[in-house]
Ligand binder design. Sequence first.
Ligand code: GLA
Length: 682
Amino acid sequence: MRQHGSWQGDGIYFGADYNPEQWPEQVWAEDVALMRQAGVDLVSVGIFSWALLEPSPGRYEFGWLDRALDVLHAGGIHVDLATATASPPPWLAHRHPETLPRTADGTVLWPGGRQGYCPSSPIFRERSLALVETVADRYADHPAVVMWHVSNELGCHNVHCYCDVSAEAFRGWLRERYGDLDRLNDAWGTTFWSQRYHDWAEINPPRAALTFANPTQQLDFLRFSSDEQRAQLRAEREVLKRRVRQPVTTNFMIGMGIKHMDYHSWASDVDLVANDHYLTVTDPNAHLGLAFAADHTRGVAGGDPWLLMEHSTSAVNWQPRNVAKIPGQLRRNSLTHVARGADGVLFFQWRASRAGAEKFHSALVPHAGPETKVFDEVCRLGADLKALAEVRGSRVDAEVAILFDWEAWWGVELDSHPSVDVTYADRMRALYDALWRAGVTADVVHPSTDLSGYRLVLVPTLYLVRDADAEALRRYVAGGGTALVTYFSGIVDEHDHIRLGGYPGAFRELLGVRTEEFFPLLAGEQVTLDDGSTADVWTEWLHPAGAQVVASYQDGPLPGVPALTRHRVGDGTAWYLATRLDEAATDALVGRLLTEAGVRPPVAAPPGVEVVRRRADDRSWLFVVNHTDAEATLDATGTDLLTGQPCGGTLRVPAGEVAVVREEQAATQAVPAVEPSPAAAA
Ligand code: GLA
C-alpha cells in the first residue's frame, strides 16, 4: 500500500535525471554548484548505468557512484536512486541471446538501443534482481538517498514480446486466469473460425497472422503484457523492501500517448505515483493534454499528491520536428503540474549529453551552458517552487469525474470494428477539453472508483465494461448523480463478448434507450441535428425506451432518430450522446451538464486562463495560469506566493504568467452556482 504523504521533502521537490557517468568528475563540482544556484534538491541517479556498475556478470564496480553520491550529499542534493535495471548491458544478450525480444513477425530486436530484453525472460529477471540486491545493500543507508527508482518507464519500448519464452509465460498466465481450456475456449469464442484449442501447447501470443487475430486472444495478450511489466516492478520492489526504508517508485507514462500499461492496477505497487510527461508539439492544445495527464496521474494516485518525474525544459529529440519551448512555457507547464497535484517537478535531464541518441534533448544545463534562457528559467522556477513549499501535501478540488479504463482503451481500438474513427482518446479529450474550457477541474479515475462525491460523471467510449462497474454507475445516478455516456460504450464484457439485446448493452437500462444498429459515417461526412449542431463519425438507430429525446438528426442516414437523450433514474439523470458532436456543441452540452449538476469553476476566468484550486484543511490556494497574450483579471483575495504581493479582491496576471494565491479565507467547496434547471427536475 502507498504510504500517504510519507515521501515528500520540505517543499516541492525540484530536480532532474542526473547522469554524472557521462561527464568527467571535474564537472560534478560545477554541477552541484549550479544545482544549488537553481534550487535543485532531488536528482535521479544511475538509471542507465548497469553496464558500468556490472561490467561482467557478478563483477561490480561502484567507485564512481560512491563518489557521485557523496558529492551530491555534500552539496545538500537528495537522490532518487535507480535500481539501474532499465537497460541491460551488452554482455547479457551476447551470452544469452534468448533474452532478446521478438516482434509479432519473429524479428529479433538487437541491443544497441535500450530496454532490449524480453519482459518474461527468467535470465533477465535473475540478473536484474541480483543487481538490485547489490545496489540496495550498498546504498540502503546512504544519507543522500531519499527514494528508490525502479527501472525506468517499464514497458516503454519492450512491452510486447512474441518470442518462445514469452509464449510459454503467456500460456502460464492464461492457465492462471482460466484454470482449464474449456473456460479459455469459451472466453476466446474459439468456435469461430475453427480456433478451438485442445492442448495448452497449441496457444501462442497473437503473432503475425493471416487476417484478424482472435480479439480476446489479443486482449488477453495486452493484459498479460502489462502484467509482465508490472511483475518486474513488483519483483524489484520486493527486493528493495527487504533492504531499504526509503519509499519506492517508478516512472509511469500517463497521458494519451502510451497505451499499454494498466497503471490503475500498478498503483498499489509504488509508495508514490510518479509520472513522465512530454508535450506533443503538433497538438495546438498541448497544454490541455498536459492538464489531462496530470489529472489522470492524480486519479491513478487516488487523489494523493504525486511526483512529476520527468518533463522537458524545452525541445525533445524524438518527435519529427522538435519545437523549443517559448519563454515562459516551461514555467506554465511545470506549475500546471503542481496546480494539479504534483509535489515535485523533475526533468529529463540535468546536463544535456554530448553523445548518444538524446544529445539534442533539452536539459536544465544546455550545451551552451548556464548563460542561457533555459537556465535562467530553470532558476526562476526553482525560486517559484521554493515559494510554494506550503502547498505540499494539499489536494486538488474536483467535482467532476471522467471514467478511464486502460482495458476499455485496448478493447475499443482492436481491429475489425464498425469504424476506425472511434478511438479512445477522441471523446476522452473532447469532453476533458470542454471541461477545461469551462474552467472546471476533473479527476480522471477508474470506473471502479467510489463516485458518490462527484456531482457529474462523464463516461467517454467505455466500450468494455464490467458488470460491477456498470452497476456502480447506475447506483451513482440513482442516488442523485448526473452522468453522460457517449456512443460505443457498454458494448462488450471483459471477454470482448457483445452484450446482447441492443446497444449500449451494459448501459441500456440506465440510459433508457435501445439501439438496434450502428450507422457509422464515412470520412468527412457530416450530419445536422435539429438543435443546429453538427456531428460526424457516428450515428446509430436508437429507440428511446424511457429516455426523453433532447436532439435528433435532421439529415444523414437516420433523419428523425434521436442523437442525444436524457433519462431520469431514481434521483439522478443519465444522458446519452449517440454521435460525435462538433466542438461548439460539445462545449454547449458540457456547459448544460455542469449547470444541471451545479458545478462551477473555482473563479470565473477569461478564456485561455487556467484556474485550479488546491486545499488542505483550513487553507486553500488558487493556481492561475495565463496561457493568453493579454493580461487577465480575476476575483481573488489573499497573497500571490510567487510575487509576494497581496491581492485584495482583484488579481491581475500578466500575459503568459502564473499566480498562486494563498486565499485569505479558505474557499468553501464549490456550491451549486444555480439551482438545477427545471428540466432536470422533470
Ligand atoms: C523518457 C525516458 C528518459 C528520456 C526521455 C526523453 O522519459 O525515461 O530516459 O529518454 O524520455 O524525452
